[in-house]
Design a protein around this ligand. Structure first.
Ligand SMILES: Cc1cc2nc3c(=O)[nH]c(=O)nc-3n(C[C@H](O)[C@H](O)[C@H](O)COP(=O)(O)OP(=O)(O)OC[C@H]3O[C@@H](n4cnc5c(N)ncnc54)[C@H](O)[C@@H]3O)c2cc1C
Length: 403
């Protein structure tokens, strides 16, 4: 591997999110994304970055910086910029069923395409040749959007293949993990093509990306080898729905969400996700999440009709939501900000501890993403000193064990 200062620091400190934007946005083409030995998508440096590449990388890479410039609506220290808060689902029963929670994201995307508001949607879907891999899909039809619906709890680098979109003439919507949206929004500040090509930025709350090895472990427990897999879904067909692996010969194996996410996949999260300051998609126009019903103070994962939490963060998002509702695509009700906490207690905890964890990572590696204007100090103040210290030291130790 060729040496490069900033990108090497990002990689060595495990600050890389694996978004892939360095492959498409750096002008001299110095990197290629590849699956690493431990099952994460990472840039491999094939020639030294130029000075211009380094400057550009410093402005957008979420392993270097995560910074709001201006935000709209009320800024909540835990939940970020909020214009409106709602719960709802797609009014189309098929979309609601195949979607991860209520199919709101897919409902919004289909509305954008069918109303002619965009030419395309850039989103992650299962790879055509490999049923266990994710790849960027440029969706233009209902069938495309349905094919991409549902969460895929494995590495995805949706921004690695957007060079041709940036160089093209069409306008579209982008869907990605919060860190993907951070990267693209930050690039928009230095590359005007981003704002011209992408009109809508859509995201979902994210607790972290599990390594590809997490999926292999799920398969192992289902007693199926990766070569036998014909198709594989992590969720959907109900809320939250089961993992469903179908072998090439037609054998079906399933595992419920509590077991797949709760006992396997969440043990394989990448380090960067453990120090993430933005699990709730603060840079998107609209963010969806599971609007879990609570049971004894914890989310209850028993199967129900899908329901999404919807955070509208910008005026662009508010107008889109209004148009999609008027067109009959989405059904939703307003909720108070106070109700979000019981649906997403884990995300609340992550934001409260993000600053302490980032400090732990900085102390261990000498590099961590610089975070600006996300309200981390205020969010930390709602925790006690002992818990903050415990998180800082815990992250420091984990970081030292990573390398
Ligand atoms: C890695 C990961 C972690 C998550 N963590 C949480 C969490 O902590 N709390 C929570 O409430 N929700 C989490 N979700 C999101 C949640 O599962 C639903 O996506 C969300 O509730 C929206 O549901 P929906 O029915 O509206 O979306 P759908 O209509 O099902 O649409 C899902 C969209 O997500 C995109 N997508 C799926 N997988 C990926 C991926 N790996 N990378 C990029 N884009 C992808 C698809 O292209 C599609 O556009 C996570 C999702 C992922 C992929």
């Amino acid at each position: 591997m060729v040496k490069s200062g900033l990108l090497e620091s990002v990689l060595e400190s495990n600050s890389c999110t694996g978004c892939g934007l360095c492959e498409s946005a750096l002008d001299s083409n110095p990197v290629r994304m590849q699956m690493s030995g431990n099952g994460f998508l990472r840039p491999v440096i094939i020639k030294p970055l130029t000075r211009d590449d380094e400057d550009k990388l410093a402005s957008f890479c979420p392993g270097v910086v995560v910074s709001h410039q201006k935000t709209e609506g009320q800024f909540h220290p835990i939940w970020g910029p909020l214009v409106e808060t709602r719960v709802g689902h797609s009014c189309d029963e098929e979309i609601r069923r195949v979607g991860s929670s209520g199919g709101v994201l897919s409902g919004l995307l289909l509305h954008l395409l069918e109303s002619g508001s965009v030419d395309f949607v850039a989103q992650i879907a299962v790879s055509i040749p490999d049923p266990l891999a994710n790849e960027l899909q440029i969706s233009r039809t209902r069938a495309d959007v349905l094919r991409a619906a549902g969460s895929r709890y494995a590495p995805s680098a949706p921004l690695k293949d957007i060079r041709s979109i940036l160089d093209g003439e069409e306008t579209g919507a982008f869907v990605g993990k919060p860190c993907d949206v951070v990267a693209l929004r930050q690039l928009a500040r230095v590359d005007e093509r981003v704002g011209k090509r992408f009109r809508y930025f859509i995201s979902f709350m994210c607790a972290g990306v599990p390594s590809q090895n997490g999926t292999y472990e799920v398969l192992k427990q289902l007693d199926m080898t990766k070569d036998e897999v014909g198709s594989f879904r992590y969720r959907g067909n109900g809320w939250p729905g089961n993992v469903r692996a179908v072998s090439k010969s037609g054998d079906v194996r399933e595992m419920d969400y509590s077991k797949s996410w709760g006992t396997i996949l969440n043990r394989f999260l990448q380090f960067r996700c453990k120090i993430c300051p933005d699990g709730t998609g603060e840079f998107a126009d609209i963010v969806c999440a599971d609007a879990w019903y609570g049971k004894d103070g914890y989310p209850d994962f028993s199967d129900r009709d899908g329901r999404s939490l919807i955070l509208i963060r910008t005026d662009v998002g508010r107008q889109l939501m209004e148009r999609a509702t008027q067109a009959g695509a989405l059904c939703s009700d307003a909720i108070s900000v106070g109700e979000i906490e019981s649906m997403q207690p884990y995300q609340s905890e992550r934001k409260r501890f993000a600053l302490a964890r980032l400090i732990g990572a900085q102390l261990a590696f000498g590099h961590a993403p610089r975070v600006r204007r996300l309200g981390l100090v205020k969010a930390s103040q709602s925790s006690n000193m002992f818990s903050l210290l415990k998180n800082c030291v815990g992250t420091y130790r984990r970081a030292k064990n990573e390398n």
